[in-house]
Design a protein around this ligand. Structure first.
Ligand SMILES: [Zn+2]
Length: 137
């Protein structure tokens, strides 16, 4: 796990979000809800499967690998916890769901669309562990 010298904006955790964050902090891995009836991965966490509407699920670990679908570098700060410049990436996990996150490193010049990434959990000063990613190739 990586340490970063920063804090995170205050979060409001719902009934289905809390296990996601607890598992990330405890295990250093991503775990997502997986439908017991049709095996569709569910993210963001929620009460029913978006494919078959079943409320039944199990929390299962995923690979933490994926591909960057889109990215941007913000040169203006919108939150005091995120000083500019900072990057934001959309990662399609190998299991299917798309996560909005950040690269732990400064993106290289040019586009990073299509680049492979791996989960890099980052523990912030305030104790929150964030699911960030690092470039693989
Ligand atoms: Zn389902």
């Amino acid at each position: 796990m990586m340490l970063q010298n920063s804090a995170t904006p205050a979060r409001v955790l719902g009934l289905y979000d809390e296990p996601f964050w607890k598992r990330l902090k405890q295990d250093g891995r991503l775990s997502l809800q997986c439908c017991r009836h049709c095996s569709t991965w569910r993210y963001p966490p929620g009460p029913v499967c978006q494919s078959c509407l079943s409320p039944d699920y199990d929390w299962k670990p995923v690979s933490g690998h994926g591909e960057i679908l889109s990215w941007i570098v913000f040169h203006r700060s919108y939150l005091p916890e995120y000083s500019s410049p900072y990057n934001v990436v959309a990662v399609r996990l190998d299991e299917g769901p798309t996560m909005i996150s950040n690269l732990v490193e400064e993106p290289p010049p040019g586009s990073v669309i299509g680049r492979r990434v791996a989960l890099q959990p980052v523990e912030m000063d305030d104790g929150v562990t964030l699911p960030r990613f690092r470039l693989l190739d």
